[in-house]
Design a protein. Structure first.
Length: 577
């Protein structure tokens, strides 16, 4: 028995000895790993003295993401280097060896961009820490208040990924789910680049009690993109305020600002509007895309007879062309199209705008700034001192601006401007309300136009249907009022919207204008002096033979450009003249 107990005790001791040895081996491995890393750091520190470069250990140091961004990941890994801090133009770079290929080229490029690099020797484990941060980088960079740069890499990425708002929904949801430090930059970048890629005119952030709704305005109509959490929205709100130069601590008052998105060589201005609501501040970002506004006059959708009249009128050396309509009806696009028609080497053109939406070489463009006292009135007064041939006033808002614009048109200047009225006939009573003498008004105003934008049917999915029922009755009634259009015929079938992937399932893709105009002829001059109503002016203009917006819209429906549902959304088809 004693012998058995001795044997068991011996086994117990051996087992514990083995376990101790195993534990010690694991602990020893950790010690060896620490020693190796310390030896590596010691070796790099010794080499840094040989190369007369300062040594840096990045393990306790936070990596500055803007510094990291300055050197592309592929080049950083190839040359075994990484930017880890930047203040102004002073850039700190960590490198493994000053003799590696590619290092000098990267440093030279940074110096050409105005940076002052300071080189530091570091270990590979420090570089691995820095390189691991590349995955958290957003392609969007805030360079200063008022601008956001989106790199060519990001744009190339979105060209391949974004074709519909459903694609934007997927990418936004993925970015929000990442929960990384840089995710807000990434989310905002996706929302902005997605809006630009899908040709959205506005981005709407609408806070509800438990979530925030994101919507794009596509071709004039709001479309849901996605819903996301209020925590993410709070961070987006702060970022938008910083970019727009707005006050972070003001939450109970409306604020307006602006910033620019730099896309390669092009700048897209974003106008910011914040409005306090029940659950938080709602955000609307209006996208002023210069490419969207650069539409030639012949592509606006102006009917051929009116197009010939307008070409004749803008060739005159003086007078005023007014375009009217609500906000978002395409008035500014039409004015720019007029400017391109009259823009020649021998013509001096000055514009007064709010804001400058499209930069045109060879034209003097000035932007109003009401906060500093530079209004449309002050801009127009200053412009007249520079002896222009053509003046564009973004909007006539008050009596003084209207008076100077009218006098300019009477004294040898061609003036383009806009008014907020519902139709072309309304321009004349509006000018009378602003204090313009009716006796000289028609001598100054050559043409008063009105316009709206209707969505065009998607060519990939539009469907032909028979014209029947109430739709047929409406079309026939308006068509009967169209005179002197021998080539125009009433058809048996029209088209309607269906929806497909190419149009984000809306059935529409792109927009086109519907127009009407009234010339200042003898009949109009006579009726204006009696302070007429819009209806009286419309009756006096019937003899001019110019289509009104209802007639122009119906012709576009019969041609399959748009459908009756869309036309009724934009204008009232109930009463016909």
């Amino acid at each position: 028995m004693f012998y058995v107990l001795c044997c068991l005790f011996h086994v117990f001791l051996c087992y514990n000895f083995v376990m101790t040895i195993q534990f010690d081996e694991e602990k020893q491995d950790k010690k060896i790993d620490v020693l190796r890393k310390r030896e590596e750091e010691d070796l790099v520190q010794m080499l840094s003295s040989r190369y007369s470069l300062p040594y840096i250990d990045l393990s306790p140091i936070p990596i500055n993401m803007e510094a990291l961004r300055l050197i592309p990941e592929e080049k950083a890994r190839s040359a075994k280097m990484a930017g880890f801090n930047v203040v102004g133009k002073k850039l700190d770079i960590a490198l493994f060896s000053p003799n590696l290929e590619g290092l000098k080229d990267v440093v030279k490029t940074l110096e050409q961009e105005g940076y002052l690099p300071t080189l530091h020797m570091t270990s590979m484990q420090s570089l691995e820490k820095a390189w691991s941060k590349y995955k958290d980088l957003s392609f969007a960079t805030e360079t200063k208040a008022g601008s956001l740069e989106i790199s060519a890499e990001s744009i190339a990425e979105f060209v391949g990924k974004v074709s519909t708002i459903r694609d934007v929904e997927t990418l936004v949801s993925e970015a929000i789910a990442e929960k990384k430090i840089a995710r807000i930059s990434r989310v905002l970048e996706i929302i902005l680049a997605g809006a630009i890629s899908t040709n959205a005119s506005d981005i709407h952030f609408e806070p509800e009690e438990k979530y925030v709704r994101l919507r794009y305005r596509l071709d004039g109509v709001l479309n849901d993109v996605t819903n996301f959490d209020r925590e993410t929205f709070a961070l987006i709100l702060s970022r938008v305020k910083l970019l727009s130069g707005l006050k972070l601590n003001i939450k109970n008052s409306a604020q307006d600002g602006r910033f620019s998105v730099h896309l390669g060589k092009n700048d897209t201005e974003i106008r910011t509007s914040l409005l306090p609501g029940a659950y938080s501040e709602s955000i609307v970002l209006r996208i002023l895309n210069p490419e969207a506004i650069a539409v030639p006059l012949e592509e606006l959708g102006i009917e051929s007879a009116l197009y010939e009249i307008l070409i004749k009128e803008i060739k005159k050396p003086n007078g005023m062309l007014l375009t009217t309509g609500p906000t978002g009806s395409g008035k500014t696009t039409t004015l720019y199209a007029f400017l391109r028609q009259v823009h020649t080497v021998g013509v001096k053109i000055i514009t007064i705008e709010d804001p400058i939406e499209y930069h045109m070489p060879g034209i003097v463009q000035t932007q109003v700034n009401p906060e500093k006292g530079y209004t449309f009135l002050e801009g127009l007064r200053s412009a007249l001192r520079q002896d222009p041939d053509v003046i564009m006033v973004g909007e006539i808002r008050d009596k003084e601006t209207a008076s100077i614009a009218i006098n300019s048109a009477l004294t040898g200047h061609l003036v383009f401007s806009t008014l907020h009225t519902n139709n072309a006939a309304g321009a004349f009573p509006r000018l009378i309300d602003l204090g313009i003498n009716p006796k000289i008004m028609t001598s100054a105003v050559n043409v008063a136009m009105a316009q709206r934008l209707v969505r065009k049917l998607c060519p990939s999915c539009k469907k032909e249907i028979p014209l029947e029922g109430k739709e047929k009755q409406t079309v026939e009634q308006i068509f009967a009022t169209i005179k002197n259009r021998p080539g125009v015929k009433l058809v048996e079938k029209i088209w309607r919207a269906e929806g497909c992937d190419k149009c984000s399932n809306t059935g529409y893709k792109g927009r086109i204008g519907i127009f009407e105009a009234i010339l200042s002829d003898e009949m109009i001059a006579k009726v204006v002096t009696s302070n007429p109503s819009e209806r009286e002016i419309e009756k006096s203009a019937l003899g001019q033979g110019i289509l009104n917006m209802k007639q122009d819209g119906i012709l576009k429906v019969l041609a399959g450009i748009t459908d009756l549902t869309e036309l009724e959304r934009v204008i009232d088809l109930g009463e016909h003249r």
